[in-house]
Design a protein around this ligand. Structure first.
Ligand SMILES: [Ca+2]
Length: 252
C-alpha cells in the first residue's frame, strides 16, 4: 500500500539517486566525463533510460551537447515512414535519428509549463555544420515549443544568432511530415515524399537535415541536406558533408 502512495516524481528521484543516471549530456560533462561517446540518460517522463551520443567537443562555451541526429557519410537511408521517425533509427556510432518521441521527452526534461507559459529552461538546439570545402558553422537556436504526437511533433525554433548568416529561423511552427504523412503547409504538394525524408516542412523547404545525402562537391540545393545560412557563409554553395543536431540543457 505504501509503495502505491509514492508518486512517480518521487520514484524517479529515488531511482536516479540509486543509479546515478543523468538526464542529459550537460550534467554528464559537468560530472567529469569530458570524452564524446555513448552514455545512458534517464528519460524522466518515459520512466526509462536510453542511450544517446554526447558530443563533448563542439566548439562552444557550452559543453555537453546531446546529439539527436547525425549525418556523416550517407550510408543510412532517411527516406522512411512515420513510425520509423517516431521510434528512431540508425546507429549511435554512425548516422542516426534519435526518434521524435525521445526528442520530445528530451525537450521536456527541463521545460516547465506554468499557466500556459513555457519557462526558459527549454534546451537550445545547436546545429553542427561542415561543407565539403571544410567551412564550419555552429548556429544556435532556442526551441520554444515542441509538441507531442497529437500535434505531429510541431516545433518552433528561434535564432539565438543576433546577426550574420543565421539570424533568421529555419523552422517556424511546423508539424513533422514523412513520406506517408503529409502535414506540411503546402496544400498541393507532399513535401516529405518529394524530398524523400521526414522533416518539419513548411512550403516546402526552408531547412532539411534529413534529406538525401549530397554527392561529393555537389552544390548545396533544396533537394539535398539544406540549412539556411550556409549559402551566405560559403558563396561557392558547396554541399554539406557533416551535420548534427544537438540539444544543450541549461538546467536539470
Ligand atoms: Ca501538403
Amino acid at each position: 500500500m505504501y509503495a502505491n502512495a509514492i508518486n512517480s516524481a518521487e520514484k524517479t528521484q529515488r531511482f536516479m539517486k540509486l543509479t546515478g543516471f543523468s538526464k542529459e549530456c550537460t550534467s554528464i560533462y559537468a560530472s567529469g566525463s569530458t570524452s564524446s561517446g555513448i552514455y545512458p540518460i534517464w528519460l524522466k517522463e518515459r520512466f526509462q533510460f536510453t542511450y544517446v551520443y554526447c558530443d563533448m567537443e563542439l566548439v562552444s562555451t557550452k559543453k555537453g551537447w546531446t546529439t539527436i541526429q547525425r549525418r556523416m557519410n550517407g550510408e543510412l537511408n532517411f527516406n522512411r515512414g512515420w513510425n520509423d521517425y517516431v521510434r528512431g533509427f540508425g546507429s549511435l556510432r554512425g548516422e542516426y535519428w534519435l526518434g521524435l518521441e525521445n526528442i520530445y521527452r528530451l525537450w521536456r526534461q527541463t521545460a516547465t509549463i506554468k499557466k500556459g507559459f513555457i519557462s526558459r529552461t527549454s534546451p537550445e538546439l545547436g546545429v553542427d555544420l561542415e561543407d565539403w570545402d571544410g567551412v564550419k558553422a555552429f548556429p544556435q537556436y532556442g526551441v520554444e515549443w515542441f509538441g507531442p504526437e497529437k500535434t505531429n511533433f510541431r516545433i518552433n525554433v528561434f535564432s539565438l544568432n543576433a546577426s550574420g548568416c543565421f539570424e533568421s529561423t529555419p523552422i517556424f511552427f511546423n508539424d513533422f511530415s514523412t513520406p506517408d504523412a503529409d502535414n506540411d503547409e503546402k496544400e498541393q504538394n507532399h513535401c516529405a515524399r518529394e524530398n524523400k525524408s521526414g522533416w518539419w516542412f513548411d512550403d516546402c523547404v526552408v531547412s532539411n537535415l534529413n534529406a538525401p545525402y549530397p554527392k561529393h562537391k555537389h552544390p548545396m540545393n533544396l533537394d539535398d541536406i539544406f540549412w539556411k545560412g550556409m549559402f551566405c557563409l560559403n558563396p561557392k554553395d558547396i554541399a554539406l558533408r557533416y551535420v548534427s543536431m544537438n540539444f544543450y540543457h541549461t538546467k536539470t
